[in-house]
Design a protein. Structure first.
Length: 701
């Protein structure tokens, strides 16, 4: 690696045949006008003060296509800043009347004097921005007016026109912007590029999991192969899903592969560990992701699905806020949409009903328990030796028999009770409940859920009329607290029919409700008044109707697992207990209680203690690689990648073990952390001396 201080114009120019290449694993140009304004203001400030301004590091390596005619520079960090500076230079060129200045900018910083069209424009953008950037650099018409390239170019034109400083002065000041030129000198070792890319602390927008995953998957031995992987797979995935959903898609794809929780800030590290551990080619992974992408696109944009029943279920999933279940939806769509669509429709309807009951009975919590149920079903479906049949009956059985106290399929007693409680239902879930009742045996016209609104019969804001009608302020407040959001006090209307001034007297409101296309709403308008008697009666009737309209669980034949992961102490030797949706707080060792606030810290802390007890035994265990990834009973690979090493680079996010020269893997799930911890303690023969204190996350709500 070699670093030099120089001006940004010296870096961009300084050689008449430079070609700057932004590799396909880099982000598209994402700077906004706000960031351009910040840069422009820094330039004005540098002019006023007469002092240089530091822009940061530009990290790159020289490509393999270098020759006497030109130098290929592949940018790793700095592409957003360089692109923005070049756009500003284009704007100065196009506004200037000084032909010498215009020619100087063109020849030194924008273009190469060669016939090859690929090399003519000095800065080669990613495919997404290439056409727009060339149009600006060549000063030719461009139709992509919504691209950041074009927007920022025109914004600089506006800023320059309104500036009190002459164009030439601004141009001279740009020449005083300083950078550190960092040449990696790695001779196309793209694995090293990947490592640098991961560790860069960008001065622009932070790298998203999608940015890092794209880099990881597109890394190859040549820029040509990178371009093929990018065009053949990644561009198509982005086109299917949309750039804004790529990180979310990668996370759900990872959950599908691991059947384990993935924290948002650990998506990339776990993705890399999983793919590396499975020892599959990056092209294989990209191909599989591309196969899933069209189906995932339906989850985030249901209108793209051509099957009306499945589209309806997906819309219900999203209303019920079931992002945790996306990996299962994606898998079922992939496996059954083309070959067994009728069965898939039934399975999606069942999932919608299960989740509707679950959300209403457990409205604020139980997320970890729900994920555990879904992960266990996915694990059974993808079991290589004895897979669960992908049909309605198998799914119904598993949903009815899975879960513990907080993850089970709610029965009619629980569902009815929750519906009748004011604090257990909201307008989102209410829409699904009433549409179910409306559709159940009534042969009504189906209305898209997004065109349905929930109306409160006793209004959310009580007028003087309602206070008097309900028996005075005190009695009205009591009824309001008990029933305002209970299912009996709710109904549905089509969008646009939601009665304005919904706190009007009952006879006026009922007249409006009679016009509704929904029978469940038309029927409530038959009541002559709306007070405690009517509220109690309808609350019971609607709750009972909902129980009939929404699939109940089957009779349980598998014993219910009580929440074995309840808050409390557990032996470290216990690696069979399901600890989904838990957080570790303490490690117990003899009489000591050591604070351990994350599962990935548990293994590291036990490594530290074992090293203190017997350094020679620890050294031997590491040297002989006695604990490695294939020793984990939950792993389906046979690689012997270490989880403890003196070489940090052998690990995924290696963390130093106390004051030793060793590092431990830090991207670990609760299960893998406990498994490796037990294995190490078993080597020492001291497992029974250790225990852990965990907290059920649902208890923390």
């Amino acid at each position: 690696m070699k670093a030099n201080d120089l001006s940004i114009l010296e870096f961009i120019g300084n050689n008449n045949h430079k070609v700057f290449i932004i590799p396909p694993f880099q982000r598209n140009y994402e700077w906004t006008v706000e960031q351009c304004d910040e840069l422009f203001d820094d330039i004005i400030s540098a002019h006023d003060k007469g002092k240089p301004h530091y822009l940061g590091n530009i990290v790159y390596y020289t490509g393999k296509n270098n020759g006497a005619a030109f130098t290929e520079i592949i940018l790793i960090d700095g592409q957003q800043r360089i692109t923005t500076i070049v756009l500003l230079l284009c704007a100065i060129r196009d506004l200037s009347d000084d032909e010498e200045l215009k020619e100087s900018i063109d020849d030194q910083y924008l273009k190469n004097n060669v016939k090859n069209a690929t090399l003519r424009v000095r800065l080669k953008q990613t495919s997404y921005d290439f056409e727009s950037f060339c149009a600006v650099a060549e000063h030719t018409p461009n139709l992509h007016k919504e691209s950041n390239i074009v927007k920022n170019y025109h914004h600089f034109i506006d800023r320059l026109k309104t500036s009190d400083i002459a164009l030439e002065k601004i141009y001279d000041t740009i020449g005083q912007l300083q950078v550190v030129d960092v040449n990696l000198q790695i001779e196309n070792d793209l694995e090293a590029v990947q490592t640098v890319f991961e560790k860069i602390n960008s001065t622009g927008k932070p790298l998203s999991p999608a940015d890092l995953i794209r880099n990881f998957l597109l890394i190859s031995n040549s820029t040509e192969e990178q371009e093929c992987l990018y065009q053949d797979y990644w561009v198509k995935i982005e086109k299917e899903i949309g750039n804004e959903f790529i990180s979310r898609f990668a996370k759900d794809y990872l959950v599908l592969k691991t059947k384990d929780d993935v924290e948002n800030d650990k998506v990339y590290a776990k993705f890399k560990a999983k793919i590396s551990g499975d020892d599959v080619s990056h092209e294989t992974v990209l191909a599989e992701m591309l196969h899933y992408a069209p189906f995932y696109a339906w989850l985030v944009a249901p209108e793209r699905c051509a099957d009306d029943e499945i589209k309806k279920s997906i819309k219900e999933f999203n209303v019920l806020q079931t992002d945790d279940v996306y990996p299962l939806y994606m898998y079922l769509l992939f496996e059954r949409y083309d070959s067994h669509r009728a069965e898939l429709r039934k399975m999606f309807r069942l999932l919608s009903d299960f989740l509707l009951r679950y959300r209403i009975v457990t409205p604020s919590g139980g997320g970890g328990a729900l994920r555990a149920v879904i992960h266990q079903i996915l694990e059974k479906m993808t079991d290589k030796e004895n897979p669960l049949a992908l049909n309605f009956d198998s799914l119904y059985y598993e949903l009815s028999n899975s879960g513990n106290n907080s993850g089970r399929y709610p029965d009619d007693t629980e569902f009815k009770a929750a519906l009748m409680q004011s604090k257990k239902i909201n307008y989102r879930y209410g829409r699904v409940v009433f549409l179910r009742i409306e559709e159940n045996g009534r042969h009504c016209i189906s209305v898209p859920i997004e065109k349905v609104t929930v109306e409160h019969l006793m209004p959310q804001t009580l007028s003087p009329w309602w206070n008097e009608h309900l028996g005075g302020k005190e009695k009205a407040a009591e009824l309001y607290e008990k029933y305002v959001n209970a299912v009996g006090n709710l109904t549905i209307l089509s969008q646009g029919d939601n009665s304005a001034g919904s706190n009007r007297p009952w006879h006026e409101k009922a007249a409006q409700l009679k016009k509704s296309q929904f029978k469940v709403t038309e029927e409530v308008a038959l009541y002559d008044e709306w007070s405690e008697t009517q509220l109690e009666e309808r609350n019971r009737k609607i709750a009972e109707a909902a129980c009939k309209a929404v699939y109940p669980p089957l009779a349980r034949t598998r014993p219910l697992k009580h929440s074995s992961a309840a808050t409390g102490w557990y032996p470290v030797a216990d690696i069979d207990t399901n600890m989904y949706s838990t957080r570790i707080q303490k490690l117990g060792y003899g009489e000591q209680e050591i604070s351990v606030m994350a599962w990935n810290q548990l293994f590291n802390e036990v490594c530290r203690i074992c090293h203190e007890i017997d350094p020679e035994k620890f050294n031997s265990a590491v040297k002989e690689n006695k604990i490695h990834k294939s020793t984990n009973s939950k792993s389906d690979n046979s690689r012997k990648s270490p989880v403890i090493s003196a070489d940090k680079e052998e690990l995924v996010n290696g963390k130093r073990i106390g004051g030793t020269d060793y590092f431990s893997e830090s991207v670990l799930s609760s299960l893998s952390s406990r498994g490796y911890t037990k294995q190490l303690l078993d080597l020492y023969g001291i497992t029974e001396q250790f225990r852990i204190y965990i907290v059920d996350k649902d208890d923390e709500l």
